[in-house]
Write a protein that binds this ligand. Sequence first.
Ligand code: NDP
Ligand code: 2IT
Length: 449
Amino acid sequence: MSDLLSFVKDRDPDQKEFHQAVEEVLESVMPVLERNPEYVKAKIIERITEPERLIQFRVPWVDDAGNVQVNRGFRIEMSSAIGPYKGGLRFHPSVTLSILKFLAFEQVFKNALTTLPMGGGKGGSDFDPKGKSDNEVMKFCQSFMSELFRHIGPDTDVPAGDIGVGGREIGYMFGQYKKLRNEFTGVLTGKGLAWGGSLIRPEATGYGCVYFCAEMLATKEDSLKDKTCLVSGSGNVAQYTVEKVLDLGGKCVTLSDSSGYIYDETGIDADKLAFVMDLKNVKRGRIKEYADKYSEAVYTEIDSTLDYNPLWHHKADCAFPSATQNEINGKDAQNLIDNGVFVVGEGANMPSTPDAINIFLDNKILYGPGKAANAGGVAVSGLEMSQNSMRLDWTREEVDTRLNLIMKNIHQACVDASTEYGMEGNYVAGANIAGFLKVANSMIDQGIV
Ligand code: NDP
Ligand code: 2IT
């Protein structure tokens, strides 16, 4: 394993998030490589960690004050072993090649787990949509797509949303793609309902994550009913996690953004959730305003001098990290366990550090890693692609039923793979092994490409 990891690290010594994601997968798949020397001979690990194609470009645009701005755009086309490249676009000032490569790498295995024919990719920009006018966001999206359009297509590479990219941004990018190509195709997912989008796509990641946790709980003859849940983030994934937990009889007591978090011991009910959706999706305000409106809630600002996040330090049963990578460190994980949390469903990608993961595994809690638990979003993206190809729309119930079934199947695939390799209950090993086997076997079938 150390040789394989050095191979990856020595090539790009600065890409620490990418190394972190690769190391986690490598640890899980070592027993698979030992049992199947043909994967070693075919250099599957060396190939799977090297993007098939990596695109970086300049994104110039003019802000409302008439100043020229220059951002960086990226698209990582990681693997097309089982289908066209597929994965979101992230617009956030923290975006680097390392972050996008970790996300693209995770996406390859996640997409394989969905059972749908999608390869893996990820892209984005260091552009910060926060505080920008709609006009500025449109100008940026048009400039971004003016380069990206030549690299993507419905059978080549199909981007979607991620942090900082929601319905508004997808709309502006789709409009520019259509203008440049003179084609109306399913080149992006997360589209508006009137122009090719799928019902349930906005809800899919959060709903899917809760469905996955319900499956994990069912193995212990338990459910989400009356469970108290901690949720981080307050964007797309967090909002629909709260909605589905409520639906299944549970209670969410926290939400956050990059400035701080709210704790509402009485629970975020449907009316309060509607307030959050309007605050975040329409007014684009800060989560602090929740505590201004509801006096029963307490707002705590982020304190960067602390070596733990107080959001994870409340009595609860379940935790749904739904903001960003490495938001739960070892201390947070221990605090969660000490406060009674025994279910963790990762809505975000790689929200737990390696130390945190080890604490969850050592304590044998129900820990659903992101590439399994948050696969519902890309799964419904896959269903959007199917509907676009067939030129028809499924009903809300039909898409939701398919999503629920896909999450059940992913859960079962994790259980089966972890059991086969003697690691029952370890969903990290299960997800990595099940995803890896499908991609590795497809690579073997297709020769050295
Ligand atoms: P949104 O942009 O809708 O929301 C992101 C939320 O996380 C915001 O509340 C944001 O706060 C907070 N956040 C972002 N970066 C940081 C940071 N560095 N520190 C603290 N808080 C932060 O994104 P999504 O809800 O779509 O994505 C959330 C997570 O889920 C990401 O990890 C993403 O990769 C993952 N994911 C998303 C899927 C999707 O379909 N959208 C599918 C699968 C996974 P603020 O507003 O202050 O920035
Ligand atoms: O991380 C993810 O799975 C996403 N951001 C969704 C990707 C997609 O293509 O729907």
